[in-house]
Design a protein around this ligand. Structure first.
Ligand code: 13P
Length: 335
């Protein structure tokens, strides 16, 4: 097995998942706004330190994705934050896309930036201890959207990114997120997910990316946030995994799900139902940001006195997600 595949397999270890803590500065500040937390690098450092030093989380987390600012910050006693994670056996990774730009001539559609100098940036990130990376592209559903051109443009960038990351012996997490916004149905979402994933995997093959060293980070098939369609957790799990089984090659290292604006409880229950529907050709787990962090931010609210109870809330959340990954989560009776 190559080094890259071995890292991918470690990230996909049974009963574990990946914490997404790679919110850009503007997104992190937006999350802070809900609790009137001041937008300072120090508050962001304190918050990420709180997450990374929470007791026992290494039993439930295989990796954590950092934003560049965090990757360069240090804990109170001076240890770089990526090292704090690595010392606990949690593999540090980094988000390397550099935000979205409108796709000219395609109103409402975007393509992610950041390929220029990516190889040089990765050399530095590898020296900082990063062993994997993430690139997020977004696909919006709407009237006449997404276009094939937008899907192809993003799939192309994701494949180019994945090739560059593997050339640096790191694992690329490839994330084409189909957005929850809109009033589309579960079936609409599944169709767009299918078109997107088919195109992404065509491009990955075209650019000769080694799929054994790629982790797909994907949204679930879900009715839009503005839809009144009533679906249960089992339907979401079934529809989502039908798409995965139709589109994904057996060689792929594994699948991690994003939470994408679902409530934390829904994201965990969907993962539970996905696990129950298995087994699958690939390992399947979580890489949530909001579904793991919302309860933590609520307890912390920027007050150092709440740190211990916020860490307890974080541990509780990762335990639930880990149980769901193994199909062992029971709502209400879970610790
Ligand atoms: P959410 O789980 O909040 O969707 O974030 C996951 C992620 O990494 C988005 O890029």
């Amino acid at each position: 097995m190559s080094d890259i595949s071995a890292t991918a397999q470690s990230l996909l270890a049974e009963g574990k998942g990946i914490l997404a803590a790679d919110e850009s500065t503007s997104t992190a500040n937006k999350r802070f706004d809900d609790y009137d937390i001041e937008h300072t690098p120090e508050n962001r450092r304190q918050y990420r330190q709180l997450l990374f030093t929470a007791p026992e989380i290494e039993q439930y987390l295989s990796g954590a994705i950092l934003y560049e600012e965090t990757a360069r910050q240090v804990a109170d006693e001076g240890t770089p934050l990526p090292e704090v994670l690595a010392d606990r056996g949690i593999i540090p990774g980094i988000k390397v896309d550099r935000s979205l730009k409108p796709l000219p001539n395609f109103p409402g559609e975007h393509v992610s930036q950041g390929l220029d100098n990516l190889d040089e940036r990765l050399d530095e990130y590898a020296e900082m201890g990063m062993r994997f990376s993430k690139w997020r592209s977004v696909i919006a559903i709407g009237d006449g959207l997404p276009t094939d051109e937008c899907i192809t443009a993003n799939a192309h960038v994701l494949a180019r990114y994945a090739g560059i990351v593997q050339s640096k012996h790191m694992v690329p997490i490839v994330e084409p997120e189909v957005l929850l916004d809109g009033d589309h149905s579960l079936e609409d979402s599944a169709r767009v997910l299918e078109r997107t994933l088919n195109t992404v995997f065509q491009q990955l093959a075209m650019y000769r990316v080694d799929l054994g060293g790629v982790i797909l980070k994907t949204s679930m098939a879900l009715p839009g946030s503005g839809s009144s369609e009533d679906v249960d957790h089992t339907q979401v799990a079934g529809t989502t995994m039908d798409v995965m089984e139709k589109c994904l090659p057996a060689e792929l290292a594994g699948i991690v799900f994003l939470s994408g604006g679902q409530t934390p409880e829904d994201a965990i229950q969907h993962l539970q139902e996905i696990a129950v529907r298995g087994p699958y050709t690939w390992p399947v787990t979580f890489s949530y940001a909001r579904a793991l962090q919302e309860p933590v931010l609520k307890v912390w609210a920027g007050d150092p006195e709440n740190m211990i109870s916020a860490q307890d809330a974080f541990l509780e959340q990762v335990k639930k997600a880990s149980a769901a990954q193994m199909g062992a989560y029971a709502a209400n009776s879970a610790e």
